[in-house]
Write a protein that binds this ligand. Sequence first.
Ligand SMILES: [Zn+2]
Length: 130
Amino acid sequence: MTPGANQPAPPESGARLCRGGKMSVPIEWLGFAAITLSALAYLPQVTHLIKERCSAGLSARAYLMWVASALLLLTYSIARKDLVFISLQSYQAAAGALILYFCIRYRGQRCEEHGGEPQRSRLVRTEESV
Ligand SMILES: [Zn+2]
């Protein structure tokens, strides 16, 4: 009897993790777990960038290449009909584009923690300019 004969095969690879000779978790779940971790890994960077308006240590050129890479791999994944990589590259392209946008918008700005001026001085400057 072939593994998974009494279960419908997943649409693509059908690969599954085996445990004790029994078929268990579809291998795609590993991919979706990795996507979840990738999504969570971006959060501290995006949060700091937007909340503090601090682009310290970020390279717009690097993020431009990350976005281009993600779009190319997204195209490849769509052609291969690989749902895990379509999801991953879609997220990578969107997150990279978001970081790129704010990286350019806040270019040269640093928070106090990264050697910039204290927040208060930015508020004072804003009040003075009104
Ligand atoms: Zn900072």
